[in-house]
Design a protein around this ligand. Structure first.
Ligand SMILES: NC(=O)c1ccc[n+]([C@@H]2O[C@H](COP(=O)([O-])OP(=O)(O)OC[C@H]3O[C@@H](n4cnc5c(N)ncnc54)[C@H](OP(=O)(O)O)[C@@H]3O)[C@@H](O)[C@H]2O)c1
Length: 248
């Protein structure tokens, strides 16, 4: 019997990168996975692969910045699959620039997706998990959620917020038997840096993303799988994971 047989895992931002790899990994561990993102074509490719490997998967087109869509994602998972045992809050954007550049549309997008989107989906999931008397929230933060530097301030701000929200949730949900884990990756080879528009910030981040042996999405997926397959008494609160060659 696979470790997550009978469990339902909802993964946001599952159309690429860490979310996509996490969906495949948790499905391989036996979970029925609900894969959510805006790009439906990418979700459909993922569905084909998971079903081809014998997994159970439900795709949901969802923009997490829309509170109604975020709530409907969780309600749909419960209605279709019976429970929400694991929520991986992974959807995120990183548009780096120095604050003096004043790219306020990008600041808003990052806070809307990385913080408000996470809160909307979490809000709905917590209600379901409290009724069930169990659950596991996995919030994808970042090394940037622990420390910041020039050009990374606003993105860091969103991830510092994710860490604060995660720790408060952990304490608030102890009586409800809901575990909370924050995952803090360093550089992972994904599409994430492609959305940076500021040339100076792009150059600043190049060295990090051109490391010889950068982390792969499946490395983070494996860490998540480890956290959600521990016995009920074990709550892994925080996982900080860098490429071996990443200094800061
Ligand atoms: N890559 C890294 O180096 C790194 C390091 C630390 C932390 N992280 C974090 O890891 C998480 C995943 O990023 P990634 O590296 O895997 O990058 P990615 O490949 O760009 O994936 C980001 C995912 O977020 C989704 N997304 C963006 N806006 C959304 C919205 N409004 N509604 C729903 N989904 C949305 C995207 O899907 P659609 O565009 O299809 O909606 C995509 O599936 C993010 O939270 C990121 O901050 C990444």
């Amino acid at each position: 019997m696979a470790k997550l047989d009978g469990k339902v895992a909802v993964i946001t931002g599952a159309s690429s990168g860490i979310g996509e790899a996490t969906a495949e990994t948790l499905a391989a561990e036996g979970a029925a996975v609900v894969v959510a993102a805006r790009r439906e074509d990418r979700l459909n490719d993922l569905v084909g692969r998971i079903e081809g490997d014998g997994g159970r998967v439900l795709p949901v087109a969802c923009d997490v910045t829309d509170e109604e869509q975020a709530h409907a994602l969780i309600q749909g998972a419960k209605d279709e699959l019976g429970s929400v045992d694991i929520l991986v809050n992974n959807a995120g954007v990183m548009q780096l620039s120095k604050i003096e550049k004043g790219l306020s549309d990008e600041w808003r997008t990052m806070f809307d997706v990385n913080v408000m989107g996470l809160l909307y989906v979490t809000d709905a999931a917590v209600q379901v998990m409290k009724e069930q008397g169990s659950g596991h929230l996995v919030n994808i933060s970042s090394v940037a959620g622990r420390k910041t530097r020039p050009g990374v301030g606003v993105y860091s701000g969103t991830k510092f917020a994710v860490n604060a929200i995660s720790e408060a949730l952990r304490q608030e949900l102890i009586e409800d038997n809901v575990r909370v884990t924050m995952i803090e990756p360093g550089a992972v080879e994904t599409e994430l840096p492609n959305h940076i528009t500021d040339e100076e910030a792009k150059e600043g981040i190049d060295a990090l993303y051109q490391l010889d042996d950068i982390l792969q999405a499946e490395d983070i997926a494996n860490a998540i799988a480890y956290c959600v397959t521990q016995p009920p008494r074990v709550s892994i609160n925080e996982v900080l994971i860098r490429p071996t060659q990443q200094a800061n």
